[in-house]
Design a protein around this ligand. Structure first.
Ligand code: NAP
Length: 292
């Protein structure tokens, strides 16, 4: 493959967040652009909270085609956009912006990425009993897209932030007719809920590097008739996924979700389906390199 030549016609995409140094998105998207021979480039932009407004104004002024949005801007960015996709509106967070001739539209591809990662493994969530751990930004997107599919949902979050989990459950009840409840994340509740769970989703940051020795669920609660999905992709695999595999459970890793959300953003910017396997391989190589 030839090296990329930037010309006056090259379209620019990127990611805004803070911190941004750890991002896998540039390698995934630039690999996909290059493979398909598209005249696009994808760049990381470190944007502080207080500079978000100027960054979005800058993206408009510079005619940037698309942006991914990561921590801490997924909620705050919404009020700076012209249109919001209905699912992103319900979730209350956007992680992808498409610029159509000056009209900026916000989407939540994290949510679709999560569902797509399940479907890629031939796991259909419809009608399943699902336990989501956490009530942060990612958990919120996951809970809403699951509610849209029609599942039975329990959200467990640590005590201090229980009101966040309760808020998600309440908002889901207002929008969908599904069984949903929120409770405190502790051993007793974990044991009780997991005894009747088809799919366990870890959407907390427990077990994320550098705290790779941690796990949100003790191994004794994992069993072979459940699917365990840990949305953390660093380390790869997490302790939770290693222990789930040992227990005989089916596992899905966070890299799958990351790649699927990226693939959907890519499609929105270019109108083309990206080479998903190559995106995954490029992200995996970067993860392994960073681990050394
Ligand atoms: P966030 O908004 O900061 O939420 C973090 C969640 O983890 C909160 O519910 C938090 O509870 C909980 N938590 C943190 N430490 C905990 C502990 N010691 N015990 C119990 N709960 C704890 O972050 P986020 O954006 O949702 O991201 C969460 C994780 O998902 C991160 O590891 C991120 O890298 C990963 N992620 C992956 C993808 C992907 O595509 N694979 C996409 C997005 C995020 P409190 O509210 O009580 O602090």
């Amino acid at each position: 493959m030839k090296d990329k030549v930037i010309s006056g016609k090259t379209k620019i995409c990127g990611i805004i967040g803070d911190p941004i140094e750890h991002t896998m998105s540039p390698v995934m998207h630039n690999t996909a652009f290059k493979t398909l021979g598209l005249d696009y480039v994808y760049l990381p932009f470190k944007v502080k909270n207080e500079e978000l407004k100027q960054a979005i104004a800058g993206a408009r002024a510079l005619n940037i085609r698309g942006l991914n949005v990561t921590i801490p801007h997924k909620v705050a960015v919404m009020q700076l956009l012209d249109k919001i996709d209905p699912l992103a509106e319900k979730i209350g967070a956007a992680n992808t912006i498409v610029n159509d001739e000056g009209i900026l539209t916000g989407y939540n591809t994290d949510a679709y990425g999560f569902i797509q990662a399940l479907l890629e493994k031939d796991i259909n969530p419809i009608g399943k009993k699902i336990l989501v751990l956490g009530a942060g930004g990612a958990a919120k997107a996951i809970c809403f897209i699951l509610a849209e599919q029609g599942v039975s949902l329990v959200i467990l979050n640590r005590k201090l932030e229980l009101e966040w989990a309760q808020d998600i459950a309440n908002r889901i009840k207002q929008n969908y007719t599904i069984n949903v409840r929120a409770d405190e994340l502790n051993k007793k509740n974990l044991e009780q809920v997991l005894a009747n769970t088809d799919i366990l989703v870890n959407a907390t940051s427990v077990g994320m590097s550098p705290n790779s020795h941690e796990t949100p669920v003790d191994a004794e609660f994992l069993c072979s008739n459940m699917v365990v999905f840990d949305i953390i992709y660093n380390p790869f695999p997490t302790r939770l996924l290693q222990e789930a595999k040992t227990a005989g459970a089916r596992t899905i890793d966070g890299l799958e979700m990351l790649v699927c959300q990226g693939a959907l953003s890519f499609e929105k910017w270019t109108g083309q389906k990206p080479p998903v396997d190559l995106m995954r391989q490029s992200a995996m190589r970067l993860l392994q390199k960073n681990e050394k």
